[in-house]
Design a protein around this ligand. Sequence first.
Ligand SMILES: Nc1ncnc2c1ncn2[C@@H]1O[C@H](COP(=O)(O)OP(=O)(O)OP(=O)(O)O)[C@@H](O)[C@H]1O
Length: 408
Amino acid sequence: MAGPIHLEGTTLEGGGQLLRLATCLSALTSTPISITNIRGKRSGGGGLKAQHLTSVQWLGAASNARISGAGLKSKEITFTPGSRSTSGLEWRNGGEVHIKQSTPGSVNLVLQAVLPFMLFANLGSEDAEVDEEVRVKITGGTNVSNSPSCDYIEQVLSPMLSLVGIPPIETQVLSRGWSQGGARIGSVTYTLKPLRKPLPAFQLRDRGDIETVRATIIAPKNTEQQFRDELDVMFERREAEVFGGRDPNVDTTFEDSKHEKRYYLLLVATTTTGIRLGRDWLYDHGVRAGKTDTVISSIVRKVSDDLIEEVEHGGCVDEYMRDQLVVFQALAVGKSNVYGGKRKEVLVEPSLHAKTAHWVANEVINVYFDDDGGCKGLGFGADTEGSTELAIDENLREALKKLKITGD
Ligand SMILES: Nc1ncnc2c1ncn2[C@@H]1O[C@H](COP(=O)(O)OP(=O)(O)OP(=O)(O)O)[C@@H](O)[C@H]1O
């Protein structure tokens, strides 16, 4: 029998996303994998942090996997899932799933690892009551640097997934949990509906015009007015860059961060075709007396610069969505396309995270991403994997051409 598929953890981005995607695809498709040098490109020696370990253990339990080597800081694991037919619905526990972290590790990186499993796992399982909702409560950090915030999940990821055919995911933040330095553990409940049918291929090609921008500010209460004023000035000055020729439509919400060192801003643009582009920044340092204005204006400047860059490329995904959609393209039935936009007439290259996700999907389930962001998915859960299209061998196609019969 062939051994597990080996993945070298320093490949491309070489971080935690490689591990999350690989174990999730492994668990779903019952494909044994081994990963060496886990998070090998991260400082501090790499290896599994609590957040990564939580995800691996949850996926392992849900797929009846044998896991060897998994512990805090471990750099190598072998993950051998049991047969999915025996996993059934055990992981759902009557529609409730509770994943506890005792550290403020990002709840949304745990979600990133487990969500595709939860959505797809019951496809093809005869006993599955697939229309039942699942409430997933995860504790940890709700707003953590270098990861999606709960606000991003609610305002960007969930609406984008709805556009590609995943039922809307409802977000309920029960309490905020902030990352290191005065860490606080929070919790959030996501309510989702596992898929009843294989995911059809999807096309995200038409960006449309920017219709609205929503600004979400979470900061110490006494900074609300400064933030609002700074945003008003920015939008007045940069209206044309954000909205093109359309009337500006900005909606701003403010929440007290209840933490003197936590300033968070998320800007989300929604287009006429329903596309969402989001950019954010969590500023988590102390602010010296008299410097609050400077800090707020640099947060607003940075996030608006980033959003405008996303608007200007004309693509249907922001940098982060692009890698987070990869798993859905990889599992869909048929060829999905995601237009990433152009800068100076040249296609925007996928980020290193996106290229890493392409590589992992190729290694574990043998699907291929082309340079334009297209991928013919595995067709997970379909009777014949990947086959809504009639598969015609190239030789046969040539022969048919000679007979003037097309196979298209
Ligand atoms: N500001 C953001 N908004 C939305 N998503 C984000 C943001 N920053 C990062 N991400 C996403 O979070 C994921 C981070 O992956 P990464 O491999 O860096 O994870 P990690 O577990 O933090 O790894 P490591 O600890 O090894 O850095 C990627 O999917 C990336 O798109």
